[in-house]
Design a protein around this ligand. Structure first.
Ligand code: GLC
Length: 435
């Protein structure tokens, strides 16, 4: 288990756009036969708004055009991955046949696989299907030898900045966290902008992602090579003290302790912040005129690191897979949907119109794709870091992280006691998950 997790992290950390060989799932000889589709059939797709710019509708239109016998109905998911996970796991473990297919986070295969909340796709789809994905991604969507999710899109963290504000203040684009803090303070004090730097600091999964970035930049880890929690390290103290300092210094508003992706993105898109940490799709949002006031004023670079480290900072790996509800009555249609939505046309459209990082290797490695927008042009320069999610108990692990980090960010507890508390909670989460 521990070995698998470490191997996975190693693959994920280098996987995106890498050219290492991908482990293929085994195809069971006794794979159950899938009945032919009998039209017309409506399948339900539980999914979140993703970019907020019409991605899902576009996907459905393309799919239905090619598959006139199948209709897809969206069931709206919350934007918070934790809430979505809790709802879907309750529904599916209760035997619900709906949704037929669902968008699920890349951190879910451990829980959904071990609790039979998702269909093992490798028993239904040929081995050749899985070779369409970029190296490492199928491993990331697997648990104990079965593939539970079809990688749909990958996410990575980036630093967005206001080109116009930096130019007017004669500030170069920052490459260190300390510079982001100093520039933010300067711009706020000069009354050029309301907030300096906005990011995801609420007590939820997104804060675990941000934490992995600062912690890795400071040279720390959540678990050491032996699988023991080491969140009370001096590197962790440096990372968390810096994050708290962003708030106490006024470089970030205290409200970031309640911000998830939509709130951080909205503050930036409304022109209220100079810098934003967010995922790849924030590019497309910031350049959509009816929801952004900063169209044409935004630049994007790999995340910075701490002064003295050199190079770029770490970017957490995120992303979403498409899973099938094992109780679905329309498995043949669900599989067709999965094949389509991870195929060339769908993935190219997602990259070109919605700045999503494609999981389909042919699209990802197509030179045309890198030229589509500034985010896709720099993905290969990011320094990726994964989360320790290959355990059925990852939700507990992550909660031990984000709840304590959030408590320190909002000043309820000291940096030191937050980290000690996180470490001791990770020990019990770790022992139940044999990490
Ligand atoms: C993004 C990522 C996902 C992550 C979530 C945290 O949706 O793709 O992996 O868990 O953000 O908020």
């Amino acid at each position: 288990m521990k070995k698998n997790r470490m191997a996975l992290l190693a693959v994920l950390a280098t996987g995106m756009f890498a050219v290492t060989a991908c482990a293929s799932p085994s195809q069971s000889a006794a794979a159950p036969m899938v009945k032919k589709a009998s039209a017309p059939v409506t399948i339900t797709w539980s999914s979140g708004t993703v970019t907020g710019t019409g991605l899902r509708k576009t996907m459905i239109q393309l799919f239905e055009k090619e598959n006139p016998g199948i209709k897809v109905q969206i069931l709206q998911q919350p934007t918070n991955t934790d809430t979505t996970r809790a709802t879907l796991s309750t529904q599916i473990s209760g035997g619900s046949t709906s949704p037929d297919v669902f968008m699920g986070d890349v951190i879910w295969p451990g829980q959904f696989g071990s609790q039979h909340l998702a269909l093992p796709l490798n028993k239904y789809l040929p081995k050749s299907f899985f070779s369409r994905f970029a190296p490492g991604l199928v491993d990331g969507a697997s648990y104990q030898g079965n593939v539970y999710g079809a990688p749909w899109y990958a996410d990575a963290g980036f630093l967005y900045y206001r080109k116009d504000l930096l130019k007017a203040a004669h500030l170069p684009v920052p490459t260190t966290w300390e510079q982001v803090q100093a520039d933010s303070l300067k711009l706020v004090k000069m009354h050029k902008v309301k907030y300096g730097f906005v990011w995801e600091g609420s007590d939820y999964e997104g804060l675990t992602c941000d934490w992995m970035e600062y912690l890795s930049d400071a040279g720390g880890q959540v678990f050491n090579a032996k699988g023991q929690p080491v969140m009370d390290s001096s590197a962790a103290v440096k990372a968390l003290s810096f994050m708290r300092g962003l708030i106490t210094s006024g470089a970030s508003p205290a409200a970031v302790t309640t911000f998830q992706e939509p709130q951080a993105m909205n503050a930036f898109d409304q022109g209220d912040a100079a810098f934003l940490r967010n995922w790849d799709y924030a590019w497309s949002n910031s350049q959509t005129p009816n929801q952004s006031r900063v169209v044409g004023k935004v630049g994007v670079v790999p995340l910075p690191t701490f002064a003295g480290q050199g190079g770029t900072g770490h970017a957490c790996i995120g992303g979403w897979d498409i899973y099938i509800n094992p109780h679905s009555k329309h498995i043949a249609q669900d599989l067709k949907f999965i094949e389509f939505i991870t195929g060339y046309q769908a993935e190219y459209t997602m990259a070109s119109k919605f700045s999503e990082i494609p999981t389909n290797y042919a699209v990802q490695s197509d030179p045309k794709v890198k030229a589509l927008n500034p985010v896709l042009a720099i993905v290969s320069k990011t320094h990726l870091v994964g989360r320790p999610s290959q355990t059925p108990y990852y939700a507990k692990v992550s909660q031990a992280i984000y709840s304590n980090i959030n408590a320190a960010l909002s000043g309820q507890v000291s940096v030191k006691s937050a980290l000690e508390q996180a470490n001791s909670q990770l020990k019990s989460a770790g022992s139940s998950s044999s990490l």
